[in-house]
Design a protein around this ligand. Structure first.
Ligand SMILES: [Fe+2]
Ligand SMILES: [Fe+2]
Length: 249
């Protein structure tokens, strides 16, 4: 998907004929060397410069009633899209039950286009109105369980985490506490299975076709009639933020 292409004629898009200025979300630039341009861009406002609101012509337009796979195809970053599809495909091929396959497909959904920090908690909240409680629970707790080995099911601390965070990284207390809670919960194995298929495959194999999961989604994800983002659910705003990630307000 060519997400970075600017159409030459933008007359079909909101705020046509003006430069749409984007102020990146604070959570994405705080503590980095990416400059906070808000003050500078506020100073540029005039008849020809506006703050971006609504559809960004640099992104593919979303359907009026977006469905889950529309976010996979039109919004998610490449690495997350591939990671989720491969994780779910491996679980499906292993004959794991469908609700776990869906949990694998959704487990890092927040990283795809919303927020990385505490992604399991954000992702679980986002999907909660549309899936069985057990699926959202597994997405929430996969994050903390990733840091703690369980030899009895063949789960070891990820080698990738040594590279990501350094070999001396110690997970914070809240993750340790939540992992202990998960360990004693009746849905522990659902979340643990998500961590077992939570593997980064950077090989040359093709990315699975999202359409492979249409049936699983149809059976276990309640797509709202008005589309994700427009159904008035407690988390509709999270889906709208992914549709319009560059809105100033
Ligand atoms: Fe994750
Ligand atoms: Fe993951």
């Amino acid at each position: 998907m060519d997400k970075g292409r600017q159409p030459i004629d933008d007359s079909e898009w909101p705020q046509a004929g003006r430069e749409r200025m984007i102020v990146p979300a604070p959570v994405g630039i705080e503590g980095t060397d990416i400059p906070d341009r808000e003050r500078i861009l506020l100073g540029k406002l005039d008849a020809r410069h506006v703050m971006m609101m609504g559809d960004n012509p640099a992104l593919p337009r979303m359907p009026a009633k977006p469905r889950l796979l529309d976010f996979f195809q039109l919004r998610f970053q490449d690495v997350t899209r591939r990671h989720l599809l491969v994780s779910a495909a491996r679980a499906l091929e292993a004959g794991i039950e469908e609700k776990v396959v869906l949990a694998c497909l959704l487990h890092d959904i927040s990283n795809g286009c919303l927020i990385r920090s505490d992604h399991g908690y954000w992702g679980a909240q986002m999907i909660a109105p549309y899936v069985d409680e057990e699926i959202a629970w597994a997405v929430r707790y996969h994050q903390c369980l990733r840091y703690f080995a369980d030899e009895s099911v063949g789960y070891a601390y990820p080698e990738s985490y040594h590279r990501f965070f350094g070999p001396d990284y110690v997970p914070p207390d809240y993750l340790r506490r939540d992992a202990e809670h998960a360990r004693g919960h009746r849905w522990y194995m659902t979340a643990r299975l998500v961590t077992l298929y939570d593997i980064y495959f950077f090989d040359a194999s093709p990315t699975p076709d999202p359409a492979r999961f249409t049936d699983v989604i149809g059976r276990h994800f309640r797509e709202p009639e008005d589309g994700l983002g427009f159904d008035g659910s407690p988390t509709a705003h999270m889906w709208r933020t992914m549709i319009w990630p560059n809105n100033f307000l």
